[in-house]
Design a protein around this ligand. Structure first.
Ligand SMILES: Cc1cc2nc3c(=O)[nH]c(=O)nc-3n(C[C@H](O)[C@H](O)[C@H](O)COP(=O)(O)OP(=O)(O)OC[C@H]3O[C@@H](n4cnc5c(N)ncnc54)[C@H](O)[C@@H]3O)c2cc1C
Length: 255
């Protein structure tokens, strides 16, 4: 966490930069996380602040163009001696631990959205291969095509099953909820990227053409492997929550 906030008199003064912020380009009010206890670790030294867009020192520097998920904008925000009143601090020092309540359902929401992209890809591909004729018969009657469709359906069912397990674990307050949420999010991103890749390939050249809209699903699927933690960082988080005593040292961000 490079962004810092320091209490000076009756104001918190924020300095730093936030990149890749979803809807950050046109937001009117930001919740900003910043280090307030350097060296205390991210869970014990991070605070959250309410920062209105028109606060002096806050600059929305750019709107990033993205490969997928273009329905939402993506902004970069810079804070230069950006001062907010003391009472704009929402949670002091333990903001990241408190936000953990949100992080688990957050992973589930991301994985569920990701599953929706995969289902759309499957439905589009299933429709196409049952109607498009090549080599004298509909594509689905070519065994290699049928195998791909079966592979897509299997991956989707596996993602759905893991997602449901994670949901049940969160609802039950189970000890493995953390690991399962990260598993569901990570697994969905990898598998559904493959599902959308199959969908594009099964459409042949049409899959690449913007008119068909299948390439959009591949582009949308790609961003799930990065947002809310990369695939590898999610794997670290899984191991960390399974083996906190040993894996926490290298897998955790707190050192
Ligand atoms: C579409 C989109 C929306 C986003 N929205 C938001 C948002 O609203 N708010 C927000 O705060 N962030 C947001 N992000 C940022 C997102 O959370 C980060 O991009 C993501 O966590 C990866 O961080 P990074 O880009 O800095 O990659 P890096 O950390 O630089 O990683 C680069 C590569 O190195 C690997 N890597 C990094 N550290 C290690 C390590 N210790 N060991 C081994 N491998 C490592 C990663 O797995 C990755 O492959 C968004 C990103 C995207 C793509």
């Amino acid at each position: 966490m490079h962004t810092r906030a320091e209490l000076k008199g009756d104001k918190w003064v924020i300095n730093g930069r936030k990149q890749f912020i979803t809807n950050g380009y046109d937001a009117k009010l930001y919740i900003v996380y910043a280090t307030t206890q350097p060296g205390a670790g991210i869970t014990k030294g991070t605070s959250s602040f309410l920062v209105p867009r028109d606060t002096p020192g806050l600059t929305v520097q750019r709107c990033n163009e993205t490969l997928g998920g273009r329905f939402m904008n993506n902004g970069e925000i810079v804070f230069e001696d950006c001062a907010v009143p003391k009472d704009h601090c929402l949670v002091e020092n333990v903001a990241m631990s408190r936000a953990g309540v949100y992080f688990r359902p957050g992973k589930i929401i991301v994985a569920a959205k990701n599953l929706g992209v995969g289902m759309a890809a499957f439905e589009r591909a299933a429709d196409y291969v049952q109607n498009y004729v090549q080599g004298g018969r509909i594509l689905l009657k070519h065994q290699a095509v049928a195998i791909r469709l079966a592979d897509m359906a299997t991956r989707l069912s596996a993602v759905r099953a893991l997602l449901n397990e994670a949901i049940r674990a969160v609802n039950a307050g189970a000890h493995d909820a953390e690991a399962l949420c990260n598993m569901a999010k990570m697994f969905a991103s990898v598998e559904i990227f493959e599902v959308t890749k199959h969908a594009v390939e099964l459409h042949g050249g049409n899959g690449i053409m913007l008119d068909f809209g299948v390439e959009k699903l591949l582009r949308d699927a790609s961003l799930f492997m990065h947002r809310d933690a990369t695939v590898d960082i999610s794997r670290f988080k899984i191991v960390k929550s399974m083996f906190p005593q040993t894996a926490g040292v290298y897998a955790g961000p707190e050192k």
